[in-house]
Design a protein around this ligand. Structure first.
Ligand code: PLP
Length: 363
């Protein structure tokens, strides 16, 4: 039996009638860009994340850009970002004209190391963007404390952890603003592109609504350089169908991850849990003691895998001008060089899970 790394089609098959009904409602109302379906989703998302507001936008990358703009961050400013994240966390910073300053991860939790983040703070630093990597909340207490002490903003890039909790509360409500992505492969994915910004201060929410809509609060009156970063009605309708399922999907991911971890495999290092945090396992990444041998084994046995992410941000060609070098962030580099993502999606069957467990045991 082959086990895929991921299979989006199975979930669609389960939801098909509901999805088509929801999409039909959008079509009947021709509410394609922004509109009532987006507003409804925004209300549902804010309730889910326990925030004052949610603003639906066109994707998770622009969500970060809009959040930084709303905080007044721009040219001359620095924003600290983990070296081991999907590049989009850093893009958001660059798009507003600020400079991403990378920091290393903790060697066990693979999340932003608060000690290294503190070392990277300069008089130009305006914010830290923590990323709940692979679905696991970062050390929110330590980074909040650091940001409070230094008088800078804490933002959460919550693209990978919708529904995860820290001290029993959903992540995405701790930073001054948080963002998420509804890229199809995410725990809560649209059928196209989508994203959102969350926060508590209504003035920030209104600014982000204005910026995403051509800098306009009133049609054809533009008060700031804005963007067309609106969410589509069809995506909002799909997400409203899917949101109520998210807790059960996340539980299934947790069940699969627990089964992997309980192998206590002496040759596989898992992401160590952060204290007080409950991961929703967007990904199940391991560091094997011999990557090539592990990949050959998975291939021979027909188990899918992937890499997240093979090149850390500071070593990407696009950021060569920032002058970082190999060796600058040893833990992020070790993870990039050796991390392997195992099959992880809620629709994975028990038989497939058993099969992966059996193959892991044989390694
Ligand atoms: C950590 C992280 N940040 C930002 C993004 C960007 O989201 P999007 O692809 O919706 O632009 C993603 C996912 O793609 C992500 O994983």
């Amino acid at each position: 039996m082959k086990v895929p790394f991921f299979d989006l089609k199975r979930q669609y098959e389960q939801l098909k009638p509901e999805i088509w009904q929801a999409m039909n409602r959008v079509m009947d109302q021709t509410a394609f860009s922004g509109g009532p379906f987006v507003s409804q989703l925004e209300t549902e998302l804010a309730a889910f994340n326990e925030t004052g507001f949610a603003v639906g936008v066109n994707n998770g990358t622009n969500a970060i850009q809009l959040a930084l703009l709303a905080l007044g961050i721009g040219p001359g400013d620095e924003v600290i970002v983990p070296a081991n994240t999907f590049i989009a966390t850093a893009w958001g910073v660059s798009y507003v004209g600020a400079t991403p300053v990378f920091a290393d991860c903790d060697p066990m939790t693979w999340n932003l190391d608060p000690v290294d983040a503190e070392r990277k703070i300069s008089p130009k630093t305006k914010a830290i963007i923590g990323v709940h990597l692979y679905g696991q909340p970062f050390n929110i207490d330590a980074l909040s404390r650091l940001c409070n002490e230094k008088g800078i903003h804490l933002m959460e890039d919550n693209a990978q952890a919708m529904g995860a909790t820290y001290k029993g509360r959903k992540v995405g409500q701790f930073g001054v603003l948080s963002t998420t992505s509804f890229y199809p492969g995410k725990n809560l994915g649209a059928y196209g592109e989508g994203g959102a910004v969350f926060g508590h201060d209504p003035a920030l929410g209104e600014t982000i609504q204005m910026l995403k809509n051509h800098g306009s609060r009133e049609r054809y009156y533009h008060e700031a350089l804005g963007f067309n970063m609106r969410m589509e009605g069809l995506q909002a309708a799909v997400l409203s169908v899917k949101l109520p399922h998210l807790p059960a999907w996340n539980q299934r991911r947790q069940f699969i991850a627990k089964a992997y971890r309980q192998l206590n495999h002496p040759r596989l290092q898992f992401q160590a849990p952060e204290t007080h945090a409950e991961s929703v396992y967007h990904l199940a990444v391991v560091i094997p003691d011999d990557k090539q041998a592990f990949l050959t084994h998975l291939e021979n046995e027909g188990v899918g895998y992937a890499f997240h992410y093979p090149v850390p941000c500071h070593l990407q060609k696009a950021y060569a001008h920032l002058g970082y070098q190999k060796g600058d962030f040893p833990h992020a580099e070790h993870l990039a060089e050796n991390g392997v993502s195992l099959p992880m999606f809620p629709e994975m069957s028990d038989a497939e899970l058993e099969r992966v467990l059996e193959i892991l045991k044989k390694f």
